[in-house]
Structure formats: C-alpha cells, structure tokens
Design a binder for this molecule. Structure first.
Ligand code: AMP
Length: 284
C-alpha cells in the first residue's frame, strides 16, 4: 500500500486505466470500515482509502479535537485488507486556503433527522466528499448504511451534479450483541458499553411494533420512553420511508401496517456519547 499526503502525489499514484474504488473515512478504523474496503476490492481494480478528520462537519461544541486518531493502527489494517493507496492529507493539503466555496444540500434532505440536531453537518460532509471525489477521481465510491441519511444525500449530490461516480452502500457491521460498530463506541465506559445495544434493540422493537400495525406515534413514544427510562437522552427515534426519509403520509388503521420499504432510525446520547443507528425493513 502506498501512503500519500498531497493531491499531486495522490494523482501520480493512481492508474486511471483501472476501475478506481474509493472509501472515504475519518480513521480509527474498525471492521465496518474494513467491510467497505473488501467490498471496494471486489468491485474495483484499485482501492483508494482516505483518512481525514473533516473539521467542516463538526459543530462548535462537537468532538473534533477529541475525535480518536489512530493513524498507525489504521495503516496496518488497511494494508492487511488489500487497500492499494491511502490518501491521508493534512488540513494544510486539503484546505490551503479557507474553504469559502461549500456545497449546500437542500433542507428537505439535510434539514431533517441528523441535520436538525447537527446544523451544518451535511454541508460539511457534501463539501468534503465533493472535494475528495475531485482529488481521487474514482469510478465508484463506498459508503456505510450505518450513516443512512449521509449515503442518501451523497447519492442525490452525485445525481444532481452529474458526477461520474457510482455510489455503493454497504450494510452495517455490528458487534456480537448487535451494537453498530462506530469510532465513537470507544468513548463508552464499561457500563455504557453494556447498555449501548439498547439503541439497536429499541429499533428492533419499533420495527416489530410497526409491523404489528401499531400507530407510528405510539411506536415512537414507547421507544423514547424505553431509552429515557434507562437514562438515555434521545434526539429522535422514528420510522420513515427508506426511499426518501419522508414521514408516513397515509392514515394508519390499527392492525394494518402500511406496505412499503421502511427504516427505523435513532440518535441518542448515553452519557456524553451520541450514537446513531438504523434498521431497514419491508412490509408486504
Ligand atoms: P467515518 O470514519 O465514521 O466517517 O465512516 C467512514 C465510512 O464508514 C462511512 O461511509 C460510514 O458510513 C462507514 N461506516 C461507519 N461505521 C460503519 C459500520 N458499522 N458498518 C458499515 N459501515 C460503517
């Protein structure tokens, strides 16, 4: 694996006769990230990963400074997973002048759910993803379904700007108990780690209750109370259309779950750590 820091070194290291697959990350890599690498390996001829903790997508009171940086372990994991090129720019390489041009995603996609609780987050994400796409010029890029709204917004950005990149969405990798893997799980103490799976369990409960035909607002309220009773602070727990994350628009009849592709999504704080997760399901 070749590790490069600057945009010009990066472009010189890529053989553009090959189908180039790209996996953007913020590092502190776990098995979920490595699933993206192995999917990229299977679907392209040259795999480029990036590690860059993107200041633009962090709010003023968020964890930019304390975000875990584990560069040497990360390079070993990437090498072992068959990554060909690691792009690890410094801020001075990617933002030599302040990034005055930004990509502003529309409110109907980016002002809801994560966007409601993390204002500016998706603007930061879209800006860095577009910039990284321009640096790497991949044929295909891989994103995790763990960050479902993010992958959906990137998909829309690629379509609306006619970017020549295919987007592939990779399933969420979980710990044995069901907790979605995340770099932020490292912030949890032992007691919090033991309880962290409750977010996933409550999403499973929401799915079952919705499938049983219970009213969506009852489903959401019960989920909220469940987590609150254990000391969590939920931002949102909701069921949306998996196609566009819009809320349910039909009048529900008790006992008759509406057919379609649905997704239960949640974000909640346990102690000082904010976790997110989601669960896709169909109703026939
Ligand atoms: P991050 O380093 O957190 O920005 O994540 C980089 C990429 O890895 C994003 O596309 C994430 O959606 C994806 N990712 C993070 N956690 C997981 C997971 N548990 N399973 C699959 N993909 C993941």
């Amino acid at each position: 694996m070749k590790t490069v820091r600057t945009i010009s070194e990066l472009r010189q290291s890529i053989d553009y006769n090959k189908r180039v697959g790209f996996v953007p990350t913020m590092g502190n890599l776990h098995a979920g990230h490595l699933d993206l690498i192995s999917t990229a390996k299977a679907q392209s001829q040259l795999v480029v990963a990036s590690i860059f903790v993107n200041r633009l997508q962090f709010g003023p009171h968020e964890d930019f400074d304390s975000y875990p940086r584990t560069f040497f372990e990360d390079t070993r994991k990437l090498e072992a997973s068959g990554c060909d090129v690691l792009f690890a720019p410094g801020e001075e390489d990617l933002y030599p002048v302040p990034q005055g041009f930004e990509v502003s995603p529309p409110d109907n996609l980016a002002g809801i759910l994560e966007g409601e609780f993390r204002p500016g987050f998706f603007k930061g994400v879209c800006t860095i993803v577009l910039k990284l796409f321009n640096c790497v010029q991949p044929n295909v890029a891989f994103f995790g379904r763990k960050d479902y709204q993010q992958a959906m917004i990137v998909d829309h950005m690629v379509n609306q700007f006619a970017l020549p990149v295919d987007i592939v969405k990779v399933p969420t990798r979980r710990e044995v108990d069901g907790l979605a893997m995340s770099s932020r799980n490292g912030y949890l103490n032992d007691a919090e780690r033991a309880d962290a799976v409750q977010l996933y369990l409550v999403l499973c409960q929401m799915r079952e209750s919705f499938k049983a035909g219970h009213n969506i607002s009852t489903v959401e309220e019960e989920a909220k109370h469940h987590l609150q009773s254990r000391g969590w602070k939920p931002d949102y727990l909701t069921i949306r259309s998996a196609l566009d994350l819009s809320p349910l628009s039909v009048i529900q009849k008790e006992g008759n779950p509406p057919p379609g592709c649905w997704i239960a999504l949640g974000a909640a704080r346990i102690g000082k750590t904010r976790l997110i997760d989601n669960l896709e399901f169909n109703v026939n």
